[in-house]
Design a protein around this ligand. Structure first.
Ligand code: AHG
Ligand code: MN
Ligand code: MN
Ligand code: MN
Length: 330
């Protein structure tokens, strides 16, 4: 019988500051994730979960049925967890939930919305942050904390399997939702990212918009054994961050979503607070690296809940090499 998530939470968080509230929060998040997963499997209420709702969120994304349904499910989980604030891709700004809590959650309720109607893996990404007394008095500062402050981070993937990939600061762990074993059970005790990447992951249709140093880096990968890298590289790109991140955690590789020349894409597509920060913590805890090309993601001081950041993560040596390509070109 594999060990349960409950047993892990008790052992990992016992005695830790905010340990119990974080453990309780993760249990509530799991309840919401199972609800979302069941809705996906059963085809939801309106039939087409990928259907557009006519509104856009504050980041300019068109909201899909499942975006809004997931946002509601995780807002309830955050309330049940006693969080002080909820910061979501699908909400304009911080939502104050309680005066007492001293934790906040930044969340991407449904990641990979463009894949909802194609039956490709999608997910939910979350970041749990401390909230000081001063921040409670000034809610906008709650989601202007750098990623190094995170107390826990994780994502759920709704794919052939429902996984929870989680860190509370003691390594990265994978849990599988298995009704046979009564819930989430440990699948991988401590993920370790392969330091030598054999694959890269990028939306190559944006190639012509990237800066020359990124194009040079990609060109050298594509040149394979005849090029300066003297070996072949594969390419995988799902278009759901959670799916690309889970693959890299399990078999190495490097992901790039660079900024580019297009209006609105100078800082790329991905959001710092509820996509890059949580994935960066998970990747670093698994021995990998995560940057904006040159700066460590977890050191970046955010200015707003929805700000975007160019995002590079995965096998440590590859992330460091990309920084050298950028430095060499300056
Ligand atoms: P979301 O569905 O939460 O808005 O996130 C989508 C993100 C991320 O999942 C993925 O890595 C990226 O968008 C894909 O962007 P492109 O479609 O531009 O490649
Ligand atoms: Mn979106
Ligand atoms: Mn997303
Ligand atoms: Mn989303």
């Amino acid at each position: 019988m594999p060990s349960s998530l409950d047993a892990y939470l008790t052992s990992a968080l016992e005695g830790a500051a905010s340990g119990r509230p974080i453990a309780d929060a993760i249990r509530h998040l799991c309840t919401a994730a199972v609800k979302v997963r069941n809705t996906i499997i059963e085809g939801g209420t309106s039939g087409d979960l990928g259907g557009q709702r006519g509104e856009t969120n504050s980041d300019g994304d068109i909201q899909k049925e499942l975006d809004v349904l997931a946002d509601k499910a995780f807002l309830k989980a955050a309330k049940d967890s006693g969080f002080a604030f909820f910061g979501s891709e699908e909400q304009e700004g911080p939502v104050r939930l309680s005066e007492d809590g001293d934790l906040a959650i930044a969340i991407d309720p449904l990641d990979g919305s463009s894949n909802i109607s194609t039956n490709v893996s999608i997910g939910t990404i979350f970041s749990i942050l401390p909230v000081s007394a001063e921040q409670k008095a000034n809610p906008d500062t709650v989601f202007r904390q750098k990623g190094a402050n995170q107390l826990a981070a994780g994502f759920f993937t709704y794919g052939p399997q429902l996984h929870l990939v989680l860190t509370v600061g003691d390594g990265t762990h994978v849990f599988l939702f298995s009704p046979k074993f009564g819930g989430f059970v440990e699948q991988t005790a401590s993920v370790s990212i392969e330091p030598r990447a054999k694959e890269f992951s990028a939306n190559m249709s944006n190639y012509r918009h990237w800066d020359t140093h990124i194009r040079n880096y990609i060109d050298d990968l594509l040149a394979g054994a005849e090029g300066p890298r003297e070996r072949e590289f594969g390419m995988r790109y799902v278009g759901s961050l959670v799916a690309d991140a889970y693959r890299i955690l399990t078999r190495g590789g490097v992901f790039l979503y660079p900024g580019d020349e297009r209006k609105g894409y100078q800082k790329g597509r991905l959001r710092l607070m509820y996509e890059a920060n949580p994935v960066a913590m998970l990747v670093e805890q698994a021995g990998g690296a995560a940057s904006d090309g040159t700066r460590r993601i977890l050191d970046i001081e955010p200015e707003s809940l929805h700000e975007r950041v160019p995002f590079v993560f995965g096998s440590k040596r590859e992330v460091e090499r990309i920084a050298r390509y950028i430095a060499d070109s300056d």
